[in-house]
Design a protein around this ligand. Structure first.
Ligand SMILES: O=C(O)c1cc(=O)[nH]c(=O)n1[C@@H]1O[C@H](COP(=O)(O)O)[C@@H](O)[C@H]1O
Length: 238
C-alpha cells in the first residue's frame, strides 16, 4: 500500500528535500515535486530523488497554449518522472496535443511515457471561489465533465478530491487513474484544504494514489505519521 502514498515535497531547498527523501524513501512510493521546489532547484531535484530510488510525480500543472504544454510534457518525460500533470481547464486541444507529442517523442527517443494526469478542480477551491472566476456549475458537475474531457483527450487519469471519486468512477470507469490530494487523517489540521477525506475513506472510495504533505511533514514524528497513514490505507483496502 505504501506504493500508493505520494509525499508532497513542498519545501524550498535542495538540502531540505534531500533530508525528506532520506527519511521517507522507505515509507512512501513517490515524491511529488511542485512549483516551489522545481522553480528553486530545477531538474537536479528529480535526479536526486531517482538516484535515491524514489519515483517522481512532477506537479507543475501545465496550462498554456497546446504547443507549449506539449513541449513541456516532452521535457518532463525525458527527465524520467513517473507522472506529471496539466490543468484540465486548459481544454481538450491542449491535452490531446500534449499526449500525442509525448507519445511520438517517447517512441522516437526510447523513453517511457509517464502517467499523464489532469487536475480537475483544485481541492482548495470552494464553489464561491469558482463563481468568482465565472464558473457557475457546481463542483459535482464540473469534476466529472473535466475528467471525461481528460479521458477523451487520451490522458491516463486525473487529480481530484476523494469526495468526487464516485462521480469520476461513474463517468470514466474503473481503470482511469485517480490521484487524490486533500487527504487529512481524522486528527490532522485541515490547513487551506476545503474538500478533504481521511486516508481510509479515500482508499475505500477507490483512490489509486493519495498525495499527502503537511499531515506528514508537520507531524511530531513524520515516519510514524506516514506509517499510520499506510496502515489506515491497508485496513481500508483489505
Ligand atoms: O495537483 C496536486 O497535487 C494538487 C491538486 C489539488 O487539487 N489540491 C492539492 O492540494 N494538490 C497538491 O497536493 C499537496 C497537498 O499537500 P497538503 O495539503 O500539505 O497535504 C500540495 O502539494 C498541493 O499542491
Amino acid at each position: 500500500m505504501k506504493d500508493r502514498l505520494i509525499f508532497a515535497l513542498d519545501v524550498d531547498s535542495y538540502d531540505e528535500a534531500r533530508q525528506w527523501v532520506r527519511i521517507l524513501a522507505d515509507e512512501v512510493g513517490m515524491f511529488k515535486v511542485g512549483k516551489q521546489l522545481f522553480t528553486r532547484c530545477g531538474p537536479q531535484i528529480v535526479d536526486m530523488i531517482r538516484q535515491a530510488g524514489g519515483g517522481v510525480f512532477l506537479d507543475l500543472k501545465y496550462h498554456d497554449i497546446p504547443n507549449t504544454v506539449a513541449k513541456a510534457g516532452i521535457e518532463a518525460a525525458r527527465m524520467g518522472v513517473q507522472m506529471f500533470n496539466v490543468h484540465a481547464l486548459g481544454g481538450g486541444k491542449m491535452m490531446r496535443t500534449m499526449v500525442d507529442e509525448v507519445r511520438e517523442a517517447a517512441v522516437k527517443e526510447g523513453f517511457p511515457v509517464p502517467i499523464t494526469l489532469a487536475v480537475t478542480i483544485l481541492t482548495s477551491s470552494s464553489e464561491e471561489d469558482l463563481r468568482q472566476v465565472g464558473i457557475d456549475l457546481p463542483v459535482t458537475q464540473m469534476v466529472p465533465r473535466l475528467a471525461t474531457l481528460a479521458r477523451e483527450s487520451g490522458l491516463h487519469g486525473v487529480v481530484a478530491s476523494a469526495q468526487e471519486l464516485p462521480l469520476i468512477r461513474q463517468a470514466c470507469g474503473g481503470d482511469f487513474v485517480v490521484v487524490t490530494p486533500g487527504v487529512r487523517p481524522a486528527t490532522a489540521a485541515r490547513d487551506d484544504q476545503q474538500r478533504v477525506m481521511t486516508p481510509g475513506e479515500a482508499i475505500a472510495a477507490g483512490s489509486d494514489y493519495l498525495v499527502v504533505g503537511r499531515p506528514i511533514s508537520k507531524a511530531d514524528d513524520p515516519v510514524l505519521a506516514a506509517r499510520s497513514i499506510v496502515a489506515e490505507m491497508t485496513e481500508a483496502g483489505a
